[in-house]
Design a protein around this ligand. Structure first.
Ligand code: PHE
Length: 504
């Protein structure tokens, strides 16, 4: 019989009397375990071996577990120190015992809570007692931990202690599949009749192609159904993938991309947007101010003057300003931008890429920073999809139509609009979409038509409609997760990030 090389080697190393594990066969054949596994499945298919599988549980002590195995569990150290100073007879002050037990930091709390749980004594009013009936050497958790730290097998260990140790984070449990091979009768027969290594080719090379040899050689068969180790390669984060897709969609709709600083002067972030300097969003509660440097060096003097005038007096004949103080120093203060509308102000002012003639369309997909409280729908930083269209005679229908067109590209066709207020837009609308699993309305953006009080100082004399949409919220509607922390930070849902299929 002819067999591929690895199969021939494994068949020869296998036995009919004794099941052998993949690891044992790998050692015997000097082949990598993956190769042996592949060969095993091939041989099994040919009926030459049987492969049995069982799941083996492994329990390994964590770093903290190893430390306690060496130094003793904190509650045991506490018990011994307490007994040593006579807490078996009468209560002794806690401070004295903690010091003698050489416990510090988190270990103190760990010691106290487990001491109480295990009934080693009482802890009351700053004093501790030790129950003399306790046998510290018999502590089942300590014995189980010691045995594991010495490399002992899991079978035969006390299940309850194992669970307690796992809850305490002192051991990790994992499962591995162990496969064992035994020769079948057909396998024994094949070996007796003699097995030859088949000259099969595992890989098609350029040389085989150019020489024409590929026509005559025998190719090794792949077993695509075999179990293989899962390789978790790196991949682009779904948020980043969607950001790229958003950019593509907007470019497809005729928009150009804006760029600009994450840290900017309040002037560009707020004052240019006709945000009064005493607006609640401008207090230190809401913004991340910069400590060094604290202020921008330069602002365009003509624009500063025009913006100040709009704030003080308003714009147009019936214009009303805020009649409140306006201070250039305040406007020059630097902060992490709370929205990317700072970029829109910069571009509209003509100070980024020169004066712009209508029609124009611009966007950015960039990070913004807000001093919010973290919750399932709020982060301290998120990506905003900023955009604006400059043209003559724009209306709310244009704004809504643009959103319908944009969101439809992401499968979102049930947008809802709600009147809103922004100091810099009139009218203003919040946008909502329906969460695919909870059915709740989720706010996904804010928009409006820029007011003359904003546009006139910037030197723009036609209509501009604009918006800021949350990329993470768009993602929630697309992929159905409910907590924004599933995709950001240390609590993120790795399975979601690995397995979400991104469709274009
Ligand atoms: N700056 C607004 C926000 O962050 C979004 C917006 C931009 C609204 C432009 C209207 C016009 O919520």
């Amino acid at each position: 019989m002819q067999l591929p090389q690895a199969q021939a080697a494994v068949l020869e190393a296998a036995s009919a009397r004794e099941a052998q594990s993949i690891d044992e066969l790998a050692a015997a054949t000097e082949l990598p375990p993956e190769t042996v596994t592949g060969a095993a499945f091939g041989l099994e298919e040919a009926g030459l071996v049987t492969v049995s599988e069982r799941v083996e549980e492994a329990v390994t002590p964590t770093d903290e577990g190893i430390e306690y195995a060496e130094r003793g569990l904190p509650e045991l150290r506490l018990y011994e120190a307490a007994s040593d100073v006579g807490a078996g007879d009468e209560p002794v002050p806690m401070g004295q015992v903690i010091g003698a037990a050489d416990l510090e930091g988190a270990a103190v709390d760990i010691a106290l809570s487990n001491y109480a749980r295990k009934g080693y004594g009482t802890i009351d009013g700053g004093e501790i007692t030790a129950d003399p009936a306790v046998e510290p050497d018999a502590d089942p958790e300590a014995r189980t931990l010691d045995s594991l730290a010495e490399g002992g097998a899991v079978s035969g260990l006390d299940g309850e202690s194992l669970e307690a140790l796992e809850r305490r984070g002192l051991v990790d449990r994992s499962e591995t599949t162990v496969r064992e091979l035994t020769l079948t009768e057909a396998g024994v027969t094949a070996l007796m009749e003699g097995v030859e290594v088949a000259e099969t080719v595992g890989r098609l090379t350029p040389a085989l192609l150019t020489s024409g040899e590929w026509r005559d050689v025998e190719f090794a068969e792949y077993n695509v159904g075999a179990d293989a180790e899962r390789i978790e390669g790196g991949r682009v984060h779904i948020l980043r993938q969607t950001a790229e897709r958003v950019k593509d969609v907007l470019v497809g709709m005729g928009f150009r991309e804006m760029e600009g600083p994450h840290v900017d002067a309040d002037f560009w972030i707020n004052d240019c947007l006709f945000m009064p300097q005493d607006h609640p969003a401008r207090t230190h509660w809401d913004r991340f101010a910069l400590a060094d440097p604290t202020h921008i060096e330069e602002l365009p003097a003509d624009l500063v003057e025009a913006v100040e005038r709009a704030h003080r007096e308003g714009v147009g004949e019936d214009g009303e300003g805020y009649h409140s103080p306006w201070d250039e120093e305040f406007a020059r203060a630097l902060a992490l931008r709370g929205h990317t509308t700072s970029l829109s102000a910069r571009y509209l002012s003509g100070h980024e890429i020169g004066g712009l003639e209508p029609p124009q369309r611009f966007f950015s997909v960039e990070k913004v920073y807000r001093n919010d409280t973290l919750d399932p729908t709020h982060l301290l930083e998120f990506f905003q999809i900023e955009g604006w269209v400059m043209a003559e005679g724009l209306s709310v229908r244009d704004l809504m139509g643009t959103f319908e067109e944009f969101y439809a590209q992401f499968g979102i066709t049930d947008l809802e609009f709600k009147p809103h207020y922004n100091p810099y837009t009139e009218p203003s609308f919040e946008l909502f979409g329906t969460h695919p699993t909870t059915g709740e309305l989720v706010e996904i953006g804010n928009s409006g038509i820029f007011r003359p009080e904003m546009l006139e100082p910037l030197g723009v004399d036609c209509d501009v409609m604009a918006w800021g949409l949350a990329l993470e919220r768009l993602l929630m509607l697309m992929y159905g997760f409910e907590d924004i922390r599933d995709i950001h930070g240390t609590l993120c849902d790795l399975d979601l990030l690995r397995n979400t299929e991104v469709t274009y």
